[in-house]
Design a protein around this ligand. Sequence first.
Ligand code: GN1
Ligand code: MG
Length: 357
Amino acid sequence: MQIPVQALQFQIAGKPVLCKQWGSGHINYTLRIETDAGKRYILQRINQFVFKDPVAMVENANGVASFLLNKTGNPKASVRFLPTLTGDICLKDDQGEYWRLYEYIEGFCLDAPECLEDFYESAIAFGNFQNALSDYPVETLYETIPNFHNTPDRFRQLKDAIAADPKRRAVRARPEIEFALSQEVLGGTLQRMLEKGQLPLRVTHNDTKLNNVLLDPETRKSLCVLDLDTVMPGLSAFDFGDSIRFGAATTAEDDPEPENMMLDLERFAAYTRGYLTAAKALTDAEVQALSYGAIIMSLEVGIRFLTDYLNGDVYFRTAYPEHNLVRCRTQLALVADMLKKWDEMNDIVNRIAKEFR
Ligand code: GN1
Ligand code: MG
């Protein structure tokens, strides 16, 4: 495909010769660029509907990336952002779009684990990330999406969408709306614990899907965590939970057959073991909150898909008109399965936690 002129505005080595669309994100537009100097870069156009202050968002990501690179001394511990020709961390083009560019690291990402070890590795990656940032200057972090994992606020947005029903779609989503609303009290559990001071605020990633972990093509060990756009103060249980929601699920988040969607308890256990191995500083209350993190993140993402469906698909990129409804149905099927497996999930966490304490 044609190389966007924006690529030429960054301090890259060589002249871009190849360009292709990259990754499977729902938010930003991502390209991989290759130059005649044999260098590869990732160029991204930032979604300004989602990120209201793109410059602050890139500064956040760059701050965290530089911190990780300096702290570990490992050039693959994070992506490295490159400045523009004028020395800025992102580019504003003449259409008012914002772009950023980072060095491509050789590796691969998975949309589903191919074996238990892959998933265990991703737990190590996110657990290490959590640990490495434990002394990051939190006060410098800009909140890139306010209330991102404030589940009660997500319920408020869902109810607003149901009331406004701008596309007259609520009628097609009745069972999903009913089920979602019946889980509102459960959904608020961790937010209430946070407000009561029972859980500590940490520097968290907030989008801990398996496909945000870069794996080494030779060893299959995790190299680093990608997509630093939503690094903000948050709850460790949500980081744990989003990984489970995505990677311990038996099918893709947009499988049109919701009955295929279940929680795989073996993977749940593998991730729990990896996470507790790497994220050493978790308090007892945080460990007890992990299963809540898994079910609440699944519920939260389910209601976000539902809200977006009702609002006319303004947030998540969709491939067909009912895509968000399909995603919502399948996420809520995961919630229903977790409700059935609730005791087993907690038993697994308690059993593994005992090995570490
Ligand atoms: C979005 O762009 P991507 O796929 O990494 C979203 C996450 C959702 C996820 C659902 C900034 O992440 O919160 O969990 O889709 N990111 C943002 O797949 O909203
Ligand atoms: Mg992503």
